[in-house]
Ligand binder design. Sequence first.
Ligand SMILES: NC(=O)C1=CN([C@@H]2O[C@H](COP(=O)(O)OP(=O)(O)OC[C@H]3O[C@@H](n4cnc5c(N)ncnc54)[C@H](OP(=O)(O)O)[C@@H]3O)[C@@H](O)[C@H]2O)C=CC1
Ligand SMILES: CCCCCCCCCCCCCCCC(=O)[C@@H](N)CO
Length: 335
Amino acid sequence: MFPRGKADGVAPRQRSWLRPGEHAIVTGGSSGIGLATAAALADRGAVVSLLARGSERLESAAAWLRRRGAVAVHTAVADVTDRAQVTRAVEGLVRAAGPCAVLVTSAGQSRPGRFLGLPDEAFTGLVEVDYLGTLWPIRAVVPQMVARGRGTVVTISSVAGLIGVPGYSAYGAAKFAVRGLSEVLRGELAPHRVRVACVFPPDVDTPQLAAERRWRPVETDAVSGTIAPLRPEVVAARILAGVDRGRPVICVDRIGGLLARFGGVLAPLLRRYVDHRVGGALLGAASGVRGSRRGAGRWRGGAGGSGRPARSHRARRGERGAAGGPRRRTRRESV
Ligand SMILES: NC(=O)C1=CN([C@@H]2O[C@H](COP(=O)(O)OP(=O)(O)OC[C@H]3O[C@@H](n4cnc5c(N)ncnc54)[C@H](OP(=O)(O)O)[C@@H]3O)[C@@H](O)[C@H]2O)C=CC1
Ligand SMILES: CCCCCCCCCCCCCCCC(=O)[C@@H](N)CO
């Protein structure tokens, strides 16, 4: 999708996107991937600004960065869903620390759940925080970046923004939007020498991951459980390495890399994989309660152990929509 090489729109390899003393703003910088990325930027001599809602977490994050040797750390309290607040906060940070050379938009939230179990507010809320909460900070810094002919914007999508992961209808759609915005902006801003990169992490061991566990349906775990959660420091190091290489798409693990490059071609295979994992998970959950053997035949398919139900079974499942396993689960929905 984004082949390497200059001719394909990948910027030349360079480290100079961040010079010591330059100003990097990190939304969601008080925790998780944002804080780890702020630390990595500070290690390279950047003046870092953290932006988030909670002032206490912001201050303790800033204190931690200072203790580990950051040259200068600024903080701003703002809700990224509020355009006016974000603009004011960014203006204040720029007055204090200079023009923004690097923006990392890591503020975000997730709310997994089955589509029918999710409240409407999950959909509107995640578009606000994950999509608009990415857009507003970008809108606040890009005019100055374009005017200066210099700047780097790093957005955080997710592997759930590359492929449809069951359980992430609200979250995944917002993360797909982040990816779409990033791809359009890359092309538009490249002539102004403003670089845009979008990051696609799998599960990362952060407070957000811990918080979403209580909502995650079994089938989401079954699909994403393939990949062990990464540490935020690892993600941060790979983000910087990706920007060093001028990558517009930054994957932090092998599977993400595979999906970003060949997701389109692999789509039929992926759907089979997803159906297999979802089927297995729902069956597991059902047999735990009912010990259903009939279900086993239906979801596991016939001989061959391909994990794919035989054609007649698939046809029957198709007829009945998401019947069988899924329907039996409704009363025990976790959302
Ligand atoms: N952890 C994971 O498994 C993965 C995470 N991601 C994405 O990475 C990004 C960072 O996630 P992660 O580090 O795990 O999350 P954390 O929960 O660790 O940190 C989230 C940060 O965002 C801030 N934040 C949340 N809502 C708002 C808001 N409305 N306005 C301003 N700041 C806000 C939080 O501070 P406060 O609450 O005080 O505002 C906090 O600083 C998110 O976009 C997430 O979707 C992508 C793939 C995997
Ligand atoms: C042939 C190739 C095999 C394909 C395997 C597919 C594996 C898909 C993994 C999906 C992981 C989704 C993680 C979302 C993380 C996230 O954003 C949330 N944790 C945020 O809180």
